[in-house]
Structures are given as structure tokens and as C-alpha cells.
Design a protein around this ligand. Structure first.
Ligand code: ADP
Ligand code: MG
Length: 325
């Protein structure tokens, strides 16, 4: 028997236990009601995944569920906010319970890992898409704002860059196999780990931050623009994973991917020029590697240079849904 909208909501969304005491009203009323502590501000972010644009129509449902939430969690990390609540607008071509069950598995595994409660949503029929709004709590003075980079700051990134982009490229080239390295890259594309833990530990040291979803050049560019500054980035210092090095066959292509490919959901952030050792200390047990890659300067624009001192002619743009070329 086909499921109704309400069967789906009850079986898959309302059935999941909410472990947060600050959810006064969750799924089942006209709106969710949550308690915000008096001294905290609310951070809100929304992301949409559209089938055929952000994921293949035949993508695994649990990976879609994971990624639909991961994007918003990554935005919370980039603000220095602790994620708390989410709402989900899900549009399905049909009430395919197997797909919804898989989607929920991916979504709730990640939600539970970060103590996030799904408090509401909307379920409609139409072309497959998932829109997740995430809300989190941020102390207004300790938030990470794009406009806060200062001349002399060190530019850093968490984790490694380009893994998801390389996974996409290898798939587009029809390359299969390649064992554990390829599995690692595909996992980085399908199940990114938002840097919540690292971000929360960095509070007090980070000045400006952004999550790398459209490629480092584009995303760092937003920090530079908002802060009215420029930067030099040392392309030979870009952190690349062992799997990335093993699977990319030429170094220029590798550097370009690390500079311009999106979807890694790492953080790009700045700290005061002398704050590296302090950051090292707080990050030691965060399981969140980070790498200094450049310096904020007064001269506007982004300069890419090699360790030799030669300038690097890299890609100047990241991903843009409405780009005309
Ligand atoms: P309304 O008609 O008031 O918009 P709905 O019938 O759309 O309410 O939804 C009923 C309840 O189920 C609401 O509390 C809503 O937030 C929740 N809900 C609907 N779809 C989802 C979903 N995909 N995920 C989580 N909660 C959902
Ligand atoms: Mg509704």
C-alpha cells in the first residue's frame, strides 16, 4: 500500500527520539518551539540539495541524507556556532519508503553525532530535493565573521583540500577501481565530516572563517572582500591527503583542484600572526588537523606563489551555479 505523507512523517521523522531538553515543541505541531539561552545568539543557515545538480539521481539515499545536513553543520562550524536544531523540507517524486528510510539513516546518524534535533519540516511531492535549515547557538563576541581578518593574520585550513573534487573528476573520467584510496576520496565527497569539534575549540583564536564549499580561491576570496584586505597563499603548502596524491597524476592539476574544487567542507580561517602555537595547543586533541597556508596583507587581491617564490597562475574562480562561462 502506498504511504501517505503523514505515514512517512510519523514513521521516519517523528519516530526518531529527540535527546535535547531545549526542544519545547518538536514534530507534530504547526511550528517547532525551542528554548534559546538568554546570553546566546541564534545562527541560522539553509542549504538545498537538488537531484541531478548536487547528487546523482541514483546516489545512495543515506549519503544524500548525510550531506543534506552536513552542509548546514559546516556553516555552523564556520560561524563558531554549536549546532542545535534542524528542520527539513523534503520533496519526493513518490513515497518511496526504502529511499526515505535510507535518507533518514544518513541524516540521523550525523544529527545524533552532533547532538542536533530534527524539530520539524515539510514533506511534498515533486522533483527530488532536500532543503535543511540548521540553527545553532553562538556567543556573539566569539563568533567567526568573514569581515574580521586583519593584516598580518595567518591564513589556515583544516584537513585536506581537493579530495571531493578529485573523486568527482575521476568519476567523470570513468575511472573505476583503485582500491582504498578511491574509497577514501568517494567518502570525502559523499559523507563529508563538518569540522564542528575543531571549530568550537578554536573559539577565541579565530578571527575570520568560512567553510570551503565552493573552492579555496572563491571562499578565501569572500573573506578578503568582506575584510577589505588581500592575501598571499603558498600553493606548495596546501594540505593534500595521501589518497589524493596517489590518485592525481599531475601536480598542476592537483594544485588546481585543491584551489578550486568545492565540497570538501573544510574550514578556511585566519588567526593572529603570533597565535599559531596557542592554536596548536588547543587543537592537539581535537582530531582536527590544520595547516597554515598564507598571510593576510593590505594589498587587495589573492596572490598565489610557489615555495621558489615564482607566482602561480592558478584558477581564479570557484563553483558558481549561475556562472555564464
Ligand atoms: P503544517 O500543515 O502545519 O505545515 P505538516 O502537515 O506539513 O504541518 O507537518 C506536520 C508536522 O510534521 C509538522 O510538525 C512538521 O514540522 C512535521 N514534518 C513534516 N515533514 C517533515 C519532515 N520531512 N521532517 C521533519 N518533520 C516534518
Ligand atoms: Mg507543511
Amino acid at each position: 500500500m502506498p504511504s501517505s505523507e503523514f505515514d512517512l512523517i510519523h514513521r521516519y521523522f517523528a519516530a526518531h527520539r529527540i535527546a535535547r531538553r531545549d526542544v519545547l515543541v518538536g514534530i507534530g505541531d504547526d511550528a517547532a518551539v525551542v528554548q534559546v539561552p538568554g546570553d546566546m545568539a541564534l545562527a541560522t543557515s539553509v542549504d538545498t540539495l537538488v537531484a541531478g545538480v548536487h547528487f546523482q539521481h541514483d546516489a545512495q539515499a543515506d549519503a544524500v541524507g548525510h550531506k543534506a545536513l552536513a552542509a548546514g553543520l559546516s556553516d555552523m562550524a564556520a560561524m563558531g556556532a554549536e549546532p542545535a536544531w534542524a528542520v527539513l523540507a523534503l520533496t519526493l517524486p513518490e513515497a518511496d519508503e526504502t529511499w526515505v528510510a535510507g535518507f533518514c539513516r544518513g541524516l540521523f546518524a550525523l544529527a545524533d553525532e552532533h547532538g542536533v534535533a530534527l524539530v520539524g519540516g515539510d514533506t511534498t511531492r515533486g522533483p527530488l530535493s532536500a532543503t535543511v535549515t540548521v540553527q545553532g547557538l553562538v556567543s556573539p563576541e566569539a563568533g567567526f565573521y568573514r569581515g574580521a581578518a586583519r593584516v598580518g593574520d595567518t591564513v589556515c585550513v583544516t584537513g585536506t583540500l581537493g579530495d571531493a573534487g578529485l573523486a568527482l573528476r575521476l568519476a567523470a573520467e570513468g575511472r573505476r577501481g583503485e582500491g582504498a584510496n578511491r574509497v577514501y576520496l568517494n567518502d570525502r565527497l559523499d559523507r563529508p565530516s563538518p569540522r564542528i569539534g575543531g571549530a568550537l575549540r578554536m573559539r577565541g583564536l579565530v578571527r575570520a572563517a568560512i567553510d570551503v564549499s565552493d573552492g579555496l580561491v572563491a571562499d578565501l576570496g569572500h573573506i578578503l572582500e568582506a575584510s577589505g584586505v588581500g592575501a598571499t597563499v603558498l600553493v606548495d603548502r596546501l594540505p593534500l591527503s595521501p589518497a589524493f596524491r596517489a590518485c592525481s597524476n599531475d601536480i598542476e592539476q592537483a594544485v588546481d583542484l585543491a584551489l578550486a574544487a568545492g565540497d570538501d567542507y573544510e574550514l578556511c580561517f585566519t588567526i593572529g600572526g603570533g597565535d599559531g602555537p596557542a592554536l596548536e595547543k588547543v587543537m592537539a586533541d581535537a582530531a582536527c588537523p590544520w595547516t597554515p597556508i598564507g598571510t593576510i596583507e593590505a594589498e587587495r587581491g589573492l596572490r598565489l606563489i610557489r615555495d621558489s617564490g615564482a607566482s602561480y597562475e592558478g584558477p581564479l574562480h570557484g563553483y558558481d551555479h549561475f556562472a555564464t562561462r
